[in-house]
Design a protein around this ligand. Structure first.
Ligand SMILES: [Zn+2]
Length: 214
């Protein structure tokens, strides 16, 4: 075993991840996915966008947490945490021009074995989603799913540019406002109080360089 904690490697194939093994051994991985690899996201990007093929960085970490099973004993329940950051160009529904929308996803999933088990799972546990695990789990598909769920109901500029000149002179801040809105939405649910099995991911995220401007 020559794993280096804090230096998550890319996955050999993020489309075929053994999710159970990943969680059980508490592995971490990180990578970059481009909009061109996400056909359903690409559909949302207007043809006249300045850049259609923007990139998202993602980090993921597996963990287990002892939980009471149906038979009354405690067993390790697999979990996955996934964070995604980046931006994509969408069409503003107010002025019908493209704008850059920031995406900041931080999701925790309880991994179950079957669809039936997923449906049974009580939804009272806020902040935790349920996914059906697999030995060939498509992580990129999950990333695309999360991005689609994070799409604004009505995509629009914070403030629409009125005239072309304002685009040229008022560039500063325009992008930051989008970030703020996205953060508000993501920050509403506070972190759960129970011990966080994903402390390593937290430090990983802190170590990451800030949003890169293109
Ligand atoms: Zn607009």
């Amino acid at each position: 075993m020559t794993q280096h904690p804090g230096k998550p490697a890319g996955l050999s194939d993020p489309h075929e991840l053994d999710l159970f093994e990943f969680a059980r051994s508490g592995r971490q991985a990180a990578g970059v996915v481009r909009v061109s690899q996400l056909p359903r996201m690409l559909n949302e990007v207007p043809a006249e966008a300045p850049e259609r093929d923007t990139a998202f960085t993602w980090q993921t970490e597996g963990a287990t947490q002892p939980e009471l099973q149906d038979d009354g004993t405690e067993g390790p329940q697999p979990y996955l945490r996934l964070a995604i950051h980046g931006a994509a160009w969408l069409e503003c529904q107010r002025c019908m021009t493209p704008y850059s929308q920031a995406f900041n996803v931080d999701a925790t999933y309880r991994i179950v074995n079957t669809e039936a088990e997923a449906e049974e799972f009580p939804l009272d546990e806020d902040e935790v989603e349920v996914i059906v695990g697999s030995r060939q789990f498509d992580l990129i598909d999950l990333i695309e799913e999360e991005l689609l769920l994070s799409l604004p109901l009505v995509p629009k500029h914070e403030v629409c540019p009125e005239v072309h000149e304002s685009l040229v002179s008022g560039v500063a801040g325009a992008e930051g406002e989008g970030d703020e809105a996205a953060l508000d939405e993501a920050g509403e649910g506070d972190e759960p109080e129970r011990p966080n099995p994903f402390a390593a991911l937290e430090s990983l995220k802190r170590g990451e360089p800030g949003d890169k401007k293109h």
